[in-house]
Write a protein that binds this ligand. Structure first.
Ligand code: ME8
Length: 519
């Protein structure tokens, strides 16, 4: 049976252009999606835009355009960025789509019908940039958001509340029974710590007098749905589990979700949004009777001088600018190779160049020397020899890569793949094919050397395909292959007789690499 994988990124706020943080999560999702496809899984990879709420409404007003025009523009910008970064998502969901609006409405009706929503006065504080409520105690005397340190606004209004507190014990049990549900463990502990305090009910509506730009509450059109409830539900919309057109009892709520892609296997998120994903979202799903996602992976932040890079802080690096100079694959490689999944990382031009050099000097160099030697010594034809001299290293690498990928240690998986390229460069030095070529009696040895190297390069195209897909497609074609093989096929691809093609270096040194010129 083919295994199935449904993985998601957060849907990004339609308030500003994509930056390195958004690119990181999306490329991480893409590398995992490509890796799962390589192992033969049927993958659904979902990303998209969070387009409702006060923050979007205010951002549109600042530019003097209506919210729909504003979000259309930003959705197009994000989609273009993902296209340029070679993201292989299966669906780009937008919360303003009619299908999603209908699913959110069905969620709200379900919670209402089950008596899980009531109305009450809300008095407290609100952080508009984070779209989060805070209590008097949370914001302290300075009246600052405890998460992002920006000033909060006082609100006093009638709201609808979801009885989130009903589900506290069940949620704690779920987290305790499933140690891998939230990874890494530090984030799991953070959520368990948060759940030690009594869980409050969640305000899930905004009066239209304050926020117009949202999905109307089906039982009170004077209120719109809280943007986080709207946004989180995108994962269910994307799964196809709910059919809002049907009668309320027959819409697909319940534990049997086999007709759809729900539950998601993995929600990828930054550590800034774990409370919403690991507390609000599972309790809402419990409320409507849907199974919980199988796993939530929270990664760290790209920081500049210890501070999170973010649009509103104005300290962001534009990944697309780096891409123009170094190519898409170099940016993808840097983002994933440099950040241990789960920890923070700091962008510096020096680190970027160091990582780029690894691509150019280890992988790029191996590819060009192997192809040049086959061209020079064997008229461009991969010799017919077993080529198994590095099979032990190959087997070890394949094992290390899958072990690390399966545990989301993508940076370690990539390091292991690069080590195989390094070992192959070492093998070239040991075998000295240039000396073998001078001695007609060693023609068989030379065939073996070149066949071994062609085989390692083929395996490398499979190993690097998830992170550098464009360059690996190029390298595969230089080895006479239509596409990089899958990981399963990589060691079985017949190579002898293939004609290789010499070309420009895979990772050229761009002009003007003065470090100061990098963004
Ligand atoms: O929170 N480092 O959207 P958002 C690493 N719409 N990742 C970063 C980052 C950084 N400096 N900055 C942003 C929202 N990210 C909601 C999500 S989901 C149902 C709704 C990434 O545009 C990271 O994945 O603020 C973070 O969680 C996400 O972008 C927040 O994007």
């Amino acid at each position: 049976m083919t295994s199935r994988k449904f993985l998601t990124t957060p849907i990004y706020y339609a308030t500003g252009d994509p930056h390195i943080g958004h690119a990181y999560t999306t490329v991480l999702g893409d590398v995992l999606a490509r890796y799962y496809r390589q192992t033969g899984a049927d993958v659904l990879f979902l990303t998209g835009m969070d387009e409702h709420g006060q923050k979007v409404q205010e951002a549109a007003a600042e530019q003097g355009v209506d919210p729909k025009t504003f979000v259309d523009r930003l959705a197009a910008t994000f989609e273009a960025a993902w296209h340029q970064l070679n993201i292989s998502h299966d669906r780009f969901i937008r919360t303003t789509e009619p299908e999603h609006v209908a699913v959110v409405t069905a969620f709200l009706e379900r919670l209402w019908d089950k008596g899980l929503i009531y109305d009450a006065m809300y008095v407290g504080w609100y952080c508009i940039p984070d779209e989060r409520y805070w209590t008097e105690k949370d914001v302290g005397e300075e009246r600052l958001c405890p998460d992002c340190q920006r000033p909060v606004s006082h609100v006093e209004e009638r709201n609808y509340f979801f009885r989130m507190s009903n589900f506290q014990a069940r949620l704690i049990k779920h987290i305790e029974d499933n140690p891998e549900w939230i990874v890494p463990e530090t984030r799991r502990n953070e959520i368990l710590g948060f759940l030690q305090k009594p869980l409050q009910d969640l305000s899930i509506s905004r009066p239209k007098s304050r926020v117009r730009w949202g999905i109307p509450m089906p039982f009170d059109p004077e209120h719109v749905c809280y943007v986080w409830v709207d946004a989180l539900t995108n994962y269910v919309t994307g799964s196809g589990v709910i059919d809002p057109e049907r009668e309320p009892d027959d819409r697909g709520f319940g534990s049997d979700t086999s007709h759809s892609r729900w539950p998601a296997d993995l929600h990828l998120v930054g550590k800034d949004i774990i409370t919403t994903h690991c507390v609000y979202w599972p309790t809402i799903l419990m409320g409507v009777d849907l199974p919980l996602p199988r796993q939530v992976l929270a990664h760290g932040w790209w920081v500049a001088a210890e501070t999170k890079m973010s649009k509103s802080l104005g300290n962001v690096v534009d990944p697309l600018a780096l891409r123009e100079e170094f190519g898409t694959d170099a940016v993808r490689w840097y983002l994933l190779r440099d950040m241990p999944t789960g920890s923070d990382a700091s962008y510096t031009p020096e680190r970027f160049l160091q990582r780029y050099d690894e691509l150019a000097n280890v992988l790029g160099n191996l590819a060009s020397r192997v192809i040049s030697m086959i061209d020079k010594y064997r008229e461009g034809i991969i010799p017919d020899a077993p080529g198994k001299a590095m099979d032990a290293e190959i087997a070890r690498t394949l094992e290390a890569v899958s072990e690390n990928m399966d545990a989301f240690r993508v940076h370690d998986a990539l390091a292991a793949a690069m080590d195989l390229a390094r070992a192959a460069n070492g093998y070239v030095e040991d075998r000295e094919p240039w000396a073998q070529a001078k001695d007609p009696e060693r023609a068989g040895d030379l065939d073996e050397t070149l066949a071994t190297l062609a085989r390692v390069l083929t395996v490398l195209t499979a190993l690097f395909e998830p992170v550098t897909p464009e360059k690996m497609a190029d390298l595969a074609s230089r080895l006479g292959l239509a596409t990089p093989p899958t990981l399963v096929e990589a060691t079985r691809v017949p190579l002898s007789g293939n004609v290789v093609t010499k070309g420009e270096p895979l990772f050229p040194r761009p002009e003007l690499l003065a470090k100061g010129d990098l963004p």
